[in-house]
Design a protein around this ligand. Structure first.
Ligand code: 164
Ligand code: MG
Length: 327
């Protein structure tokens, strides 16, 4: 059985502007870059970028797992990482499948790749707008950079204030623009109905409302998805492969937001998406280009519709280059 040398480093990158969602304010993205090397000098890298409030493991759980692993590991160890560690499953399997595809080893630990995978060139990207009225100016900057799909967080400032901004935003967006509203599970049932009603009658193309209700309100979201023209996309409800399978089995046939970085095993995710031909929107976990490359490769392979991918904001965080440290 092949044996790989295993090593890892932690990183911490600040958001240039804290990310404000109904979950709260997110100031820094922390994660782990893993390195697998083989005796011939080939190596692969992966990234553990958990989002525990979405249902993945915590960074501490991932770090404990890495610290307990021996420095020499086999494929058997990699494919037996438990489903309770989905971000670890993603990282180790990505590193294994990337063996030998990385440039000749640099002296420093991992240099972060600057390019996206070739297959990802066919993808279009979503621009993430800041919550609140800052969105009214920010969309123009992103439009000039070529974005045509925008995502705006709601469930942060209250419906009255957000509706005011929404009306100004939809009146200023060009007809070719698409808008996604992401509530991060922060609306009540009545507020969700209200937003769906508004979106059904507004001129701008509202592509979908993302996770309007908490994960526990699955049947309410299933009912709402049948009663409005505006689509609903599940995100927090389908964050891990286990949750994704569960929502599919309970009858969800709407849009699934897939964050490969926390979904779990890429091979099992690929098998599920190909078998069930789901309407998937691929989304970032604000990972570095190490995890982003692996996630975009999956998005390019598995995106069946022309929905843009939520990986537009790699400039939302400070550079990864000097963020690494031994942990
Ligand atoms: O999906 C996108 O367009 C960008 C990524 C994004 O919005 C998110 C990434 C990670 C956690 C959340 O704050 C947020 C989301 O809810 O989708
Ligand atoms: Mg979301």
């Amino acid at each position: 059985m092949k044996v790989y040398h295993f090593d890892f480093r932690c990183y911490r990158r600040r958001f240039l502007q804290p990310l404000v969602t109904s979950h709260g304010m997110w100031h820094s993205r922390e994660g782990i870059i893993i390195h697998l090397g083989d005796p011939r000098g080939s190596y692969g890298r992966g990234e553990i970028a958990p989002i525990s409030w979405f249902g993945s493991e915590t960074l501490k759980q991932a770090l404990d797992f890495c610290c307990k692993l021996p420095r020499e590991i086999t494929e058997e160890v990699i494919f037996s990482i438990p489903d309770s560690l989905p971000a670890c499953q993603f990282a180790f399997e990505s590193a294994l499948s990337g063996m030998g595809k990385w440039p000749v080893r640099e002296d420093s630990f991992p240099l972060f790749p600057s390019s996206s995978p070739p297959d990802a060139e066919s993808l279009t990207y979503t621009g993430l707008l800041p919550a609140g009225k800052a969105a009214l100016n920010q969309w123009k900057t992103l439009w000039k950079r070529g974005y045509r799909t925008f995502k705006w967080k709601i469930g942060v400032d209250g419906t009255t204030k957000e509706l005011e901004i929404f009306e100004l935003l939809t009146r200023s967006l060009p007809p070719a623009a698409k808008l996604r509203l992401d509530a991060n599970a922060g609306l009540s049932y009545e507020e969700a109905k209200f937003w769906l009603e508004i979106c059904d009658h507004v001129q701008t193309n509202v592509e979908f409302i993302e996770q309007p209700l908490p994960v526990q309100k699955f049947s309410e979201m299933l009912e709402l998805s049948a009663n409005f023209k505006t689509a609903i996309a599940l995100d927090e409800s389908v964050a891990t492969l286990t949750q994704l399978q569960d929502c599919f089995e309970k009858g969800w046939r709407g849009i699934f937001v897939i964050k490969p970085g926390i979904a779990g095993s890429p091979s099992r995710l690929r098998q599920f998406c190909q078998q069930h031909k789901i309407d998937a929107v691929f989304s970032s976990v604000f990972e570095t280009s190490v995890g982003r490359q692996a996630a975009l490769q999956l998005a390019a392979e598995l995106s069946r519709s022309n929905r843009s991918v939520g990986f537009g904001m790699n400039n939302s965080l400070e550079s990864a280059e000097h963020s690494l440290f031994k942990c």
